[in-house]
Design a protein around this ligand. Structure first.
Ligand SMILES: C[S@@+](CC[C@H](N)C(=O)[O-])C[C@H]1O[C@@H](n2cnc3c(N)ncnc32)[C@H](O)[C@@H]1O
Length: 275
């Protein structure tokens, strides 16, 4: 496990993933019944944008950095910026909240976060980053196994975020299979599955596998900010929503062209599709 999210934090992929995550959390809060969030690959929780890793690879400057002072962004982006700004009371981008930190700030008293992080250092960092409260559970367990072990949640409603590092070449196929086990246990939950936009055929196969595993309603949003390079640098990402919340498709339709233009480094673009 060599991947460290600190090198990529706040980039275009985090912008898309975290803006969609916040929409989903707000949608769950439309109803008073408590919900649970399972974050299978949680990361460190809080990232220092002036820290050694983010300084060495300041991808955030072309991500959240470009959006930070944008005057009137679309609602999906505005909600995300407001959440990230709330971690930076002095008004400048200094701390970036990862998914478990964003979830924690949205929890009501009876809502629950189950965050899994397998890497010992990242896990220790996550424990330090999140507040100690009974509804925030940090696990040092394998996120793939958690998709069976921790589902369905006692609350019977909620969100599953699947955001692996894709270090292993077969991680896309592994995720699609693990999703099947989760869907059997918690078929009506909302799933947010982040994927790198590298091979369209691999993604199409993953989508088909998700459908074969029982995913019925799917919404896929792709955003790329430059043309692919021979070195294979990540220039785009794709989020697949299973059981997407009402209203997300409309907000994405407005936000994606905005993000493609605001974050462009050449040939940017976007795509939104439903099954
Ligand atoms: C892309 S990062 C997560 C970023 C985070 N979800 C966010 O949005 O802020 C992936 C994380 O998964 C962790 N990881 C890798 N394999 C894992 C596994 N099998 N189970 C749980 N965590 C794992 C890595 O150490 C890394 O911190």
């Amino acid at each position: 496990m060599n991947y460290r999210h600190a090198f990529h934090v706040g980039n275009h992929a985090d912008v898309l993933k975290h803006a969609v995550l916040l929409f989903c959390l707000n949608a769950l809060k439309r109803k008073p019944a408590p919900f649970a969030v399972l974050d299978t690959h949680a990361g460190r929780g809080l990232y220092d944008l002036a820290g050694a890793e983010a300084e060495r690879s300041p991808e955030w400057r072309d991500g959240i950095g470009r959006l930070w002072s944008w005057p009137d962004p679309p609602p999906l982006v505005a909600r995300y910026l407001e959440a990230v700004r709330s971690f930076n009371q002095d008004g400048a981008p200094g701390v970036y909240p990862g998914s478990p930190a964003l979830v924690t700030m949205q929890l009501r008293e009876d809502d629950v976060l189950m965050a899994c992080e397998l890497h010992p250092e990242e896990h220790a960092g996550l424990r330090r980053a999140l507040p100690r409260q009974p509804n925030v559970q940090v696990h040092g367990r394998d996120g793939w196994a958690a998709l069976s072990a921790l589902l369905p949640p006692a609350q019977r409603r909620g969100l599953v975020l699947i955001d692996p590092p894709y270090e292993a070449p077969d991680e896309l196929a592994l995720a699609a299979r693990a999703l099947g086990a989760a869907l059997k246990r918690f078929g009506h939950g909302t799933y947010l599955w982040w994927r790198p936009l590298k091979s369209e055929s691999a993604l199409a196969a993953a989508d088909a596998e998700a459908q074969a595993q029982g995913a019925k309603e799917m919404l896929r949003a792709d955003l790329w900010t430059a043309t692919p390079t021979p070195e294979g640098r990540l220039v785009g990402s794709s989020v697949l929503l299973i059981n997407p919340p009402f209203g997300l498709e409309d907000e994405l339709r407005e936000a994606l062209p905005f993000l493609a233009e605001a974050l462009t480094k050449g040939q940017s673009g976007w795509r939104l599709s439903t099954n």
